[in-house]
Write a protein that binds this ligand. Structure first.
Ligand code: MN
Length: 350
């Protein structure tokens, strides 16, 4: 006797088929299934490029290349001293700077929001996003591939993709990816470090043929704290934020020195830069805060009429010459700004 499909089973099978069909439609494509068209594809990280952004862009362009896709890594601005130190130490090519995205097509690594992207990204075509931060406002359903993973470094995700696509990692790529993982996980010491980061770090270290990773990391930190090649003004503006309270405008510039001497030197150089630039800065007060990375102590200085008195009314630690001396380091946002705002208000009420 011929078996006839029971109607209930038939409906169930049809629904299952439909679900599988829909799921397959939404499945992420392989990266070599994406239509890259005729134009070159640029791979880029976020503004103020750090080691992980640089590493991810360089390595992902390599991966695309190995899969037969014409791709070029670029950076948004000059890379920082840490990344530059690493690239120069291992004779690696630093990508060109690109600062207008309009009309071009991109793979974005290590960022997914317009605030972090180079100008013109709204007028660009985004083909892929690979990131380890919160999903940003660039992400949408029209982008063929969006990969977000909660790991310590984007470089870790890209290392995993080389394995997924069975692409060999050459020594230069292993070194570059290792730089990204080391930097973003603080040599595996940062709390964001996952199992995948440790695995990537271990595997890449053996491919990179580098013996003393801890020593290398120390050198990277040292480079990041060197401010080498920067003039006084560049140091002053490298991390300066402006605030306003009751019509009083002020700026707080921050920096970190690798030890006590470096901290004092940085503060003095920034102090000179403020003296030269004070009129142009168009604020009532400028406060400087420089941390000593070795001891975690902090020095501050204050410029502008009444600025020293104001800061001393908060901390009572003015040394009478130039410095305010702290044996802890305070957060600009959490500790210093609220206290300065309070002092400004109190002064007005006197
Ligand atoms: Mn990163």
């Amino acid at each position: 006797m011929r078996k006839i499909l029971n109607p209930k089973t038939a409906v169930l099978l049809a629904v299952t088929a439909l679900i599988l069909y829909e799921r397959n439609k939404r499945r992420s494509p392989r990266i070599d299934e994406i239509d890259y068209g005729e134009d070159p594809t640029y791979v880029i990280g976020h503004k103020s490029p750090d080691s992980d952004s640089l590493a991810s862009a360089v390595a992902y362009a390599k991966l695309l290349d190995a899969l037969g896709i014409r791709a070029q890594a670029v950076v948004s601005e000059e890379i920082n001293n840490e990344a530059r130190f690493f690239m120069e130490k291992y004779n690696l090519k630093i990508p060109e700077i690109m600062n207008d995205a309009a009309g071009r097509q991109f793979v974005l690594v290590d960022h997914s929001s317009y605030l972090q992207a180079i100008p013109g990204m709204k007028e660009a075509r985004v083909l892929t996003i690979i990131d380890h931060h919160e999903k940003g406002d660039i992400c949408n359903d029209k982008i063929p591939l969006v990969k977000i993973m909660d790991v310590g470094a984007t470089a870790t995700m890209i290392y995993r993709m080389f394995n997924e696509y069975k692409v060999d990692i050459d020594i230069d790529t292993a070194r570059v990816l290792l730089m990204g993982v080391m930097s973003d996980t603080k040599n595996l010491r940062k709390v964001n470090t996952t199992y995948y980061d440790r695995k990537a770090y271990q595997d890449l270290a053996s491919m990179a043929l580098i013996d003393d990773l801890d020593g290398l990391y120390e050198q990277m930190i040292d480079a990041s704290l060197s401010y080498e090649g920067m003039n006084d003004r560049q140091i002053l503006y490298s991390d300066l934020k402006e605030y306003e309270c009751d019509g009083v405008k002020y700026a707080i510039a921050a920096a970190t020195g690798r030890n006590h001497e470096a901290m004092v030197e940085l503060l003095d150089r920034m102090y000179d830069a403020v003296k030269a630039d004070f009129e142009k800065m168009a604020v009532d007060y400028v406060f400087l805060k420089v941390r000593d990375a070795q001891s975690d102590n902090m020095y501050m200085a204050a410029l502008g009429s009444g600025a020293v008195e104001l800061l001393d009314s908060i901390y009572f630690n003015y040394d009478g010459s130039r410095y305010f001396i702290f044996d802890v380091s305070l957060s600009r946002k959490l500790n210093i700004v609220p206290m300065i705002d309070l002092a400004i208000k109190e002064k007005k009420n006197q």
